[in-house]
Design a protein around this ligand. Structure first.
Ligand SMILES: [Zn+2]
Length: 483
């Protein structure tokens, strides 16, 4: 425990590291990661042929994509005991989400918000780093030894509101929070479908509340309506892994009367950033990850200018090397120093991905159907390269699936997964039809691919909060879930 505490306190200091120290730390960790990847993974050994692991620049390493990592999955890992078939079998049983894969690794899959889901595995070091960073940099409190001792007496109370348990990265990590971190942090895990969600939050008296932006906005509406009264202990609200619009951020901050921190992360690198306590966006944990904002040709884009995509390097996870991994997020880095005093680079703005919702249900049951419901269902349909949902009537949705080359989509399995998701969130009144199509194309007008098309507006006032109206709410922000 002492070791964890010392390491965690040193992470807190890391945000004050000067650029030179940070760069040399980052460089040393990158070299050690690349050495491990080349030694342990046949995929990287081939990919980096001709590159001297002792002497290279970051930009010498060719970017990697999800497609190639998934196609050669077993050869990309440094532990040959981890196989794609083994992981898929393991994740087929929802009961396994409380277990470690092979007794030692946290398994998850990304939401597939960018098409095919990515399977991820984290070793113990990565899990500890995630919690260490959450507890230090993802925190408006000043972290000090005195604070750590106080936390032992009264652990921080963190309420996490999420869809449900499962194999998506944030859920998997919180289910496998190291025992030592539990000494400092008391986590209440709440499902947003819990009918007693509001009283349970109130009874817990959290210091911090973490949820996806859409859920935070829902809860903000409940606070405004006087149906949720968080205690005076509440110090911060954290949006995890969803695009947070300015409007949503203002509304949430106003309702709760506390700061809204905005984390930006992916399943492949869950500790990529932690929200800035004073300024918009999030600071990159540059000692644990590298975030490159690039244009379409992988050339660096300067701060203040939105990139076309990002390249992410996870410096901690040596089990599943993620090096210059391409993600289609439109990210703008902040210019100049940050008001919070952190010297870590700050992501100013995250956005640009399609983020649509369907309004479904009649009368008092009018509510939002977010893309997550399909995303979660379709992550089990690994033969599909891409999907698209079209709202064809108030309660009618047509889902099109494009198979991966050479694959056949198992429609019965897809049907089962979708029905299960719809039922678990009380969308039984929504009728979904499934269709396999040879190819799904980007919108010819914008050139952008959209997963939710033909959305109908709410038309009439939203339903009051309740199990049937979980995603309802006036002015709710659009939602994209990452990781
Ligand atoms: Zn800052």
């Amino acid at each position: 425990m002492l070791l964890f505490a010392i390491r965690t306190l040193s992470l807190a200091k890391g945000r004050r590291s000067d650029a030179g120290r940070l760069a040399s730390l980052q460089d040393a960790r990158l070299r050690s990661l690349v050495r491990r990847a080349v030694q342990g993974s046949p995929f990287y050994r081939e990919k980096y042929r001709g590159i001297d692991p002792g002497r290279f620049r970051l930009e010498d390493l060719p970017p990697t994509g999800k497609g190639e990592l998934m196609a050669s999955f077993d050869r990309t890992l440094t532990d040959p005991a981890v196989t794609r078939a083994g992981l898929e079998r393991f994740m087929d049983d929802p009961e396994n989400s409380a277990r470690l894969f092979l007794g030692r690794y946290v398994a998850s899959h990304t939401s597939g918000s960018q098409g095919q889901p990515m399977l991820t595995v984290q070793d113990r070091r990565s899990v500890e780093r995630f919690f260490g960073l959450q507890m230090t940099r993802g925190n408006t409190d000043r972290v000090s030894t005195a604070m750590a001792v106080r936390r032992l007496v009264r652990p921080k109370r963190l309420a996490v509101v999420t869809l449900k348990r499962g194999f998506y990265p944030s859920a998997s990590l919180f289910q496998h929070m190291p025992a030592v971190a539990r000494r400092f942090m008391n986590v209440l895990w709440l499902s947003q479908t819990d009918p007693d969600l509001l009283p349970r939050i109130e009874a817990f008296r959290p210091d911090a509340l973490t949820a996806y932006a859409g859920v935070l906005e829902m809860l903000a509406l409940e606070v405004e309506a006087g149906r949720l009264r968080p205690g005076p202990e509440l110090r911060q609200v954290v949006n995890n892994s969803e695009v947070l619009t300015d409007r949503a951020r203002d509304r949430i901050a106003r309702a709760f009367g506390v700061r809204v921190m905005n984390n930006y992360a992916t399943g492949e690198c869950p500790f990529l950033t932690n929200g800035c306590p004073t300024d918009p966006g999030a600071h990159v944990n540059a000692d644990s990850a590298i975030l490159e904002v690039v244009d379409a040709n992988y050339r660096p884009v300067p701060p203040g200018t939105p990139g076309e995509k990002v390249l992410i390097t996870n410096l901690v996870n040596h089990l599943q090397p993620i090096i210059r991994y391409e993600v289609g997020d439109v990210v703008t880095m902040a210019e100049g120093p940050c008001g919070c005093g952190s010297l870590l680079p700050r992501v100013e703005r995250i956005g640009g991905r399609a983020a649509d919702v369907f309004w479904v249900g009649e009368g008092a049951r009018r509510r939002r159907l977010i893309n997550l419901v399909f995303t979660h269902a379709l992550e089990y349909v690994t033969e599909a390269r891409e999907w698209q949902a079209e709202q064809t009537g108030r309660n009618e949705v047509r889902v099109r699936l494009e198979p991966l080359p050479g694959s056949v989509v198992d429609l019965a399995r897809a049907r089962h997964a979708i029905d299960r998701e719809l039922a678990s969130y009380d969308y039984d009144d929504v009728n979904v039809t499934l269709e396999v199509v040879p190819r799904l194309e980007a919108d010819p007008r914008t050139g952008k691919y959209r997963r939710m098309v033909g959305a109908m507006g709410p038309d009439d006032p939203p339903a009051p909060y309740g199990r049937a109206a979980l995603f309802g709410g006036a002015g709710a922000s659009s939602v994209v879930r990452r990781g």
